[in-house]
Design a protein around this ligand. Structure first.
Ligand SMILES: [Zn+2]
Length: 116
């Protein structure tokens, strides 16, 4: 399975507030996640993740991105490359608020048993 993950930035003038602390978020990204379930099928999904200057400050990869925002304010033309590099690094390590994997597993089991 490819480890490559494409991250979509949801660009908006109004980044939603951080779901953890309620402060204004720096950016919102849709981060794909996927895993191979018990039956060998790739399960994929996308979760919206808000980068928060407060809650994510302790996370190494998030910290670099937060610093970038502090320095640059916003993404300017010509700066995308560095921004994307930091963004991808963050997305690779971001803790995606996971779906209930056990529920999914149970659902997959039911599926296999023909219950669904
Ligand atoms: Zn927060």
């Amino acid at each position: 399975m490819s480890a490559q993950r494409r991250v979509d930035i949801i660009s908006s003038d109004r980044t939603p507030p951080c779901p953890r602390c309620g402060q204004e978020g720096l950016l919102q990204a849709r981060v794909p996640h996927g895993w191979v379930n018990a039956s060998g099928a790739l399960v994929q999904g996308r979760n919206g993740v808000v980068l928060c200057a407060t809650c994510d400050a302790d996370q190494p990869h998030a910290a670099a991105l937060i610093t970038w925002f502090h320095v640059n304010g916003q993404v300017e033309v010509g700066a995308e490359h560095e921004f994307k590099r930091l963004l991808v690094a963050w997305a690779e390590h971001v803790h995606v608020p996971l779906l209930d994997e056990r529920a999914l597993t149970e659902e997959a089991a039911l599926w296999q048993e023909g219950e669904l």
